[in-house]
Design a protein around this ligand. Sequence first.
Ligand code: SF4
Ligand code: SF4
Length: 164
Amino acid sequence: MNALITGSGCSSGQEDPEEENDLLPGGWPVGFLREHFQCLRCGNCCRWKGYVRISLEEIEVLAEFLGMETERFINEYTRLLPDRSGLSLLDKPTGECLYFDENKGCLIQEVKPKQCRDFPFSWQVPGWDRICEGGRALRRFSLRSEETAFLKPGKRQESEKHGE
Ligand code: SF4
Ligand code: SF4
C-alpha cells in the first residue's frame, strides 16, 4: 500500500455530516463511501508504490509497539518525503510497505498511520476503485443501484464496457 498510500484492513473515516455530500476526486460522495465501502483486506493498497506519511506522534506510538527506541526507529525505518515535509515508512525493494505481510496483512494494524486509516474516505489515487477490491465491489454494487446518479455518465459507460 502506498502511493500516498494506505493499508490492509482500513477502517472507516471520521464522521462529519458537513462532508456527507462532498465528492471525492474519483466521483464518489463521502457519505456513500462511508455507508457502503467495505475493506476486503486484499492488501493492494499496501502494495502500491508511494509514501506512507507518518507523524512524530505516530512514530512514538509505533516505536513503542515494536519495542524500539523512537530515535532508532526514525533512523532505521523511516525516510524523508521528497518535498522534505515529513517522514514516510520504508518500503520493501518491491515497493510494498515494509509492514505488509502476504499472509497476515498489516503487521502494525493496531497502530498504523492515519494515512492508512483514512483511505479511501479522505484521499484516493486515480483509478483506486479498479485496484482496491473493496472499490471494485462498490463499483459493481453501484451499477445495480438507484443511488448511482452521482456517477458521471462517462464513468458509468466505461464501467459497463469493462463488464464491472
Ligand atoms: S502500515 Fe499497514 S496498512 Fe499502512 S501501508 Fe503499511 S501494511 Fe498497509
Ligand atoms: S480492499 Fe481496498 S482498502 Fe482494503 S486492503 Fe484492499 S485495497 Fe486496501
